[in-house]
Design a protein around this ligand. Sequence first.
Ligand code: SF4
Ligand code: SF4
Length: 356
Amino acid sequence: MKSRVYFIKVSEADSISAVQDKLLRLLNKSNLFAFIKPFDSVAVKLHFGEEGNTGFVRPEYLKVICAKVKEKAALPFLSDTNTLYKGSRTNSKDHLKLAYKHGFTPANVGAEVVIPDERDKAQIREVSLNQKFVKNAQVLSVYLEAQALVGVAHFKGHIMTGFGGALKNIGMGSATRQGKLEQHSNIAPIVYADNCVGCAACVEVCPVKAISMKDKKSCIDNAKCIGCATCIAVCNYRAIDVCWDSGGDLIQEKMVEYAKAILESKKKKSAFLNFCIKVTQECDCLAQDDPRIVPDIGIFASLDPVSLDKACLDMVNKAAGKDIFRELHPRRDGAKQLEHAASLGLGSLEYELLVV
Ligand code: SF4
Ligand code: SF4
């Protein structure tokens, strides 16, 4: 069955206030938030952008979204999880600081910003999934406990998944560090010996004593490693990282299984918006001003994250005149995440595009 995807065109010439007006028209015409009830706590899941990145969905647009949620007498909050890699969003304190720096303050957007802190184990939940690749998903409980979910994603390319949109925002973006590592690799990170100064900080923090020092370099015992990713966060020399090359399409399949862990708890209580504005080759974790790969397209909205991502992918490729993400990331076929998500019942590959 075809799902409805609403679309409003945006061009580079549009001012921020013009895009706000268009977003409001899209939300009104689609009645996207009809499922939100008074006093629902609504997790608005997004990406605040890495330090120096310019592709993230602007706070001015989140202000419009939060205002529409509040019209329902519901209680929105903006949220994202900490990153696996070392950067400006590795811990909740720095992450919150950067979100504010990028303009996502409560005063600007009309909602609190919540960055769950995994050091508090009460904020982590294991969801029994028993899927093909993920048996138990490690997610942040804040997204399970909220009564409703609004996923807001910047649609763009991604080095590991071909492209990233609604499914990636929820699947990868709601996972704990351990969950992210499980998705990214065959669990154990790798050591770049040239960068390792032998400080042994990683040895100290490893909860299962999987790290030892050999010839003054860190060495990980893959058999013992549980993939918690703590060592990546603690190393100040970028000597430990995710094994980015491993896994093939497995990352996409695990990622959408993680999305299922969240979305099962939000049946008829979730909606998704993808911004195809400043579509870039790489994701918003890139700490630089990544240029556009196609002219701005517009904003898409749907209750179906699979149809939504498929519609965006089709429109970006149409604008590019080719399968642009396959060209930019030849080792990744982003269609895999859509096919697997559809097979899991997360949505439909067929959609009806309703132009607002
Ligand atoms: S924390 Fe980093 S630099 Fe220090 S021993 Fe571990 S890998 Fe090497
Ligand atoms: S990922 Fe966790 S368990 Fe594995 S080596 Fe690093 S700190 Fe130890």
